[in-house]
Design a protein around this ligand. Structure first.
Ligand code: ADP
Ligand code: MG
Length: 277
């Protein structure tokens, strides 16, 4: 499957998500701009509480932005009815939870999981069977496919969860800390398998704390306090300027400006921030 020329799998523009709770409002996302390119692996990183899960729930069409625009698989979430949102999730989004046990049913073996997921997505039966075998093979669990989840290792269970999320070719597979409970060797294996999926055109977004996972990604979106602090593409770290001209300084730069005020100087080859004299 080609990735060039395909429209992005998802686009967020100025996405704000506020949670109203009894102890006060939480501004979990404060104007996030993200483009999720099709057929690529995007990692969302950031400290705990930085808004990773909030962003992923929106990308997975499980939640709508409080303000701003989110488009997933070509549909603007803000204008969809609850019924159409559900249909969008069912047809076009695969989701992987952090804990293996959340993804799988204890009474179904690997093949049964995939058959059920394919039926749910409306994939014709013979195509589903063929696709399931191909996926099991590509994820390296073909010889484990007759086993129940309880008989699989954590890594094998997460591979099956990815196979289940991918079958039927959703526009987007969203995985929230899928390697959170795996050791580093198993994490590396799972990531290699996920990379292999993107090679055949699947789009994956995963949230992670793990530098290993971020290293495997084509693009890294780093969140800090509900905003995009920087992006990394092809090994280059780029700060992001939002639609209103805001930039988040890296922590090491921020420390230089204790009073949080700067003089901005435009030069021929850039912009310099200085402590006010
Ligand atoms: P992360 O996944 O990076 O740890 P989250 O998106 O889960 O971040 O959380 C971002 C912020 O939003 C945190 O301060 C968290 O406590 C808060 N939050 C998340 N979900 C809810 C909710 N349902 N109600 C209230 N606050 C929430
Ligand atoms: Mg989270």
């Amino acid at each position: 499957m080609r990735t060039e020329g395909r429209p992005p799998a998802a686009v967020c523009e100025g996405v704000v998500r506020i949670y109203w709770s009894r102890s006060g409002d939480v501004h979990a996302l404060k104007g996030v701009d993200v483009v999720v390119p099709a057929g690529r692996l995007t990692a969302v990183t950031g400290p705990s509480g930085s808004g990773k899960s909030s962003l992923l729930r929106i990308l997975a069409a499980q939640d709508r932005p409080t303000a701003g625009r989110a488009e997933v698989a070509g549909e603007a979430l803000g204008t969809l009815s609850v019924r159409r949102l559900r249909a969008l999730r069912r047809r076009h989004i695969g989701y992987v939870f952090p804990r293996p046990a959340q993804n799988l049913s204890p009474h179904l073996d690997g093949r049964e999981h995939l058959a059920l997921a394919a039926r749910f997505r409306g994939v014709p039966r013979d195509r589903a069977r063929h696709e399931a075998e191909e996926l099991l093979d590509r994820l390296g669990i073909a010889d484990r496919a007759d086993h129940l989840p309880g008989e699989l290792s954590g890594g094998e269970q997460q591979r099956l969860a990815f196979a289940q999320a991918v079958i039927g070719g959703p526009a987007l597979v969203v995985a929230d800390e899928p390697t959170g409970e795996l050791d580093s060797a198993t994490t590396a294996d799972l990531l290699a398998a996920v990379r292999e999926l993107t090679r055949t055109g699947t789009t994956v977004v995963l949230a992670t704390h793990d530098p290993l996972a971020a290293g495997a990604a084509d693009q890294v979106v780093h969140l800090r306090s509900g905003a995009v602090a920087h992006e990394e593409v092809a090994g280059r770290r780029l700060a992001v300027i939002d639609g209103d001209g805001r930039v988040q300084l890296p922590e090491e730069a921020l420390r230089r400006f204790a009073a949080r005020r700067v003089q901005i100087e435009l030069t021929d080859d850039g912009v310099v921030l200085r402590e006010p004299s």
